[in-house]
Design a protein around this ligand. Structure first.
Ligand code: DAT
Ligand code: MG
Length: 150
């Protein structure tokens, strides 16, 4: 199972870039197997960003990610973690390449539009924070296409 979690962050939601961001990942070939609009509370934000606890940007990060509704989605496909992160670009938009989401639409590290899991292990953990197994569909690969299993 090759899945990753993305979050369309509050700045992207407020700027009307959710469709653009999801479209770029979808056009790459990744399949949407789960999606929801939700407003993260502080407890969920702290769990999701637990690895950054203690860092100077932790509180601003939690305040930011809980500041408006966001979209959480699970994407599935070959090397989904790496492909998603390549499509997102570097954490700091100033360093992100043109043609990446952060490079094309961002300027501030604290407003970098999108989250993507950084390893398959963390993807599994993060997906479980946001989705129950019943909320995800599964795709079956049939040579060169993906078919939703009923
Ligand atoms: P990424 O989102 O690319 O996985 P990360 O996991 O290192 O990056 O950090 C999580 C988020 O925290 C990142 O998207 C933006 C914020 N952040 C990271 N480093 C920061 C810094 N030095 N100053 C301010 N915000 C930072
Ligand atoms: Mg990260």
């Amino acid at each position: 199972m090759d899945r990753t979690l993305i979050l369309v962050k509050p700045d992207a939601m407020q700027r009307g870039l959710a469709g653009e961001i999801i479209a770029r990942l979808e056009r790459r070939g990744l399949k949407i197997v789960g999606m929801k609009l939700l407003h993260m509370d502080e407890a969920l934000a702290k769990k999701h960003y637990a690895i950054h606890e203690g860092k100077p940007f932790f509180k601003p990060l939690v305040d930011y990610i809980t500041s408006s509704p966001i979209i959480a989605a699970v994407l599935e496909g070959t090397k989904s973690v790496d492909v998603t992160r390549n499509t997102m670009g570097a954490t700091n938009p100033v360093e992100a390449g043109l043609g990446t989401i952060r490079g094309d639409f961002g300027l501030e590290i604290g407003r970098n539009l999108v989250h993507g899991s950084d390893s398959p292990e963390n993807a599994s953990k993060e997906i479980a924070l946001f989705f129950s197994p019943q909320e995800l569909v599964s795709f079956k690969r049939d040579i060169d296409r993906w078919i939703i299993e009923s």
